[in-house]
Design a protein around this ligand. Structure first.
Ligand code: RAM
Length: 359
């Protein structure tokens, strides 16, 4: 069920069991699921004995999320911290408070100056931090992206394939609307590689599988609570005949649910699904604001990314297709094409299981 891709010193830059999808819909199989900066703060915290304490190589890992306030990245960085403790490296998490394209630059520069072994980053833009990442690489720092890729890393840890995300969300909406209606997409950061790939795939997949459903608008909440709430409000108010919202972003889906919960006149009229955290959506599930949504395990994503970083740092892998490494409790992974390692698959959450997760 596990899909492996490729993936050593660790600095993470974060941008951010059952597999039922939709009501009576069939279980989603692993294969079918091949599926935002200004302020700053730092959460230093070391989980190992000391920098450079890995079995060999510099296993000082710096995680850089898209932004620090996002609970999705708190969960994934927490998984990374646990992994770094297991291989006795040192862990640091730093990052911007807003998920904007260049907000991560100064954190990459500092990690490089501090001789991090690896940077683990979730990018807010495919290119904006490449000059800084290339400088880091020239200084010997290994670069792992996770969640959202850049064009300039050693390996990318992908949560689920792009098509897997699109299939899950499109099928959920398509079945609920019985193949007819008008749907809006609410995304997060407008430049993020992962989000834009998903939006594009959702449009294409909807047109192919459910031609009677029209995607009428795409709006962006910038991975910020107030922006996301207002984006949902604007989307619904600008399209009075809207039947559904697909929000492939944890902040967007949470705030869309928040707006719908505040607006009972839309209950039963606008059906919401997306990618979100059980911990942030469970109250809305129990209130009936959202029936079901998807995600992967973000803790495992960060955990896998940390182990990939350590595998690079220690020379276990180079990031070439076919390279293999072991990621602690998750087992063995193999680097796939273009240096990609896939965690997979998508999980589906609803009232039957939404209370059962820590993230
Ligand atoms: C948001 C971020 C992240 C995405 C999740 C689902 O937290 O944009 O990149 O993977 O949502």
């Amino acid at each position: 069920m596990r899909i492996l891709t490729k993936g050593t010193t660790l600095t993470f830059i974060v941008k951010s069991e059952r597999r039922r999808w939709l009501g009576a819909a069939a279980a989603i199989t692993a294969s079918s699921l091949l599926i935002a900066g200004c302020g700053s703060s730092s959460n230093g915290g070391s989980s190992g004995s000391s920098a450079n304490s890995g079995s060999s190589g510099n296993s000082a890992v710096t995680f850089i999320p898209k932004s620090l306030g996002n609970k999705y990245f708190q969960a994934s960085d927490g998984g990374g911290k646990a992994a770094v403790a297991e291989f006795k490296g040192t862990f640091k998490e730093v990052g911007p408070t807003e998920a904007s394209p260049t907000a991560q630059s100064s954190f990459i520069q500092t990690a490089t100056q501090q001789h991090a072994g690896a940077i683990v980053l979730a990018a807010n833009d495919p290119n904006a931090v490449c000059a800084d990442l290339n400088t880091a690489k020239q200084a010997g720092v290994k670069v792992v992206t996770f969640d959202s890729d850049t064009q300039c890393r050693d390996v990318f840890i992908n949560q689920v394939t792009v098509q897997g995300v699109a299939d899950g969300l499109v099928d959920s909406m398509g079945k609920h609307l019985k193949g007819t209606g008008k749907v809006g997409i609410e995304s997060g950061g407008p430049n993020a590689t992962n989000l834009n790939a998903w939006v594009s795939a959702i449009k294409t997949t909807m047109a192919q599988k459910y031609p009677g459903i029209k995607i009428v608008d795409v709006v962006y909440g910038n991975d910020a609570d107030a922006d996301s709430y207002n984006a949902a409000k604007g989307l619904i108010q600008n399209h009075p005949d809207l039947n559904g919202i697909i929000a492939p972003d944890s902040v967007a889906v949470k705030e869309a649910a928040h707006f719908l919960s505040d607006s009972p006149q839309y209950k039963g009229k606008v059906w919401l699904t997306g990618l979100g955290l059980p911990s942030e959506l469970k109250d809305y599930v129990h209130k009936g604001t959202i029936e079901q949504f998807g995600l992967w395990n973000p803790e495992d994503l960060g955990y896998l990314a940390a182990y990939a970083a350590n595998a690079l740092v220690t020379g276990k892998i180079k990031g070439a297709e076919g390279d293999k490494f072991t990621a602690g409790k998750l087992g063995s992974y193999t680097v796939g094409k273009k240096g990609e390692i896939v965690l997979g698959p998508l999980k589906v959450f609803d009232k039957s299981n939404v209370d059962n997760f820590s993230f």
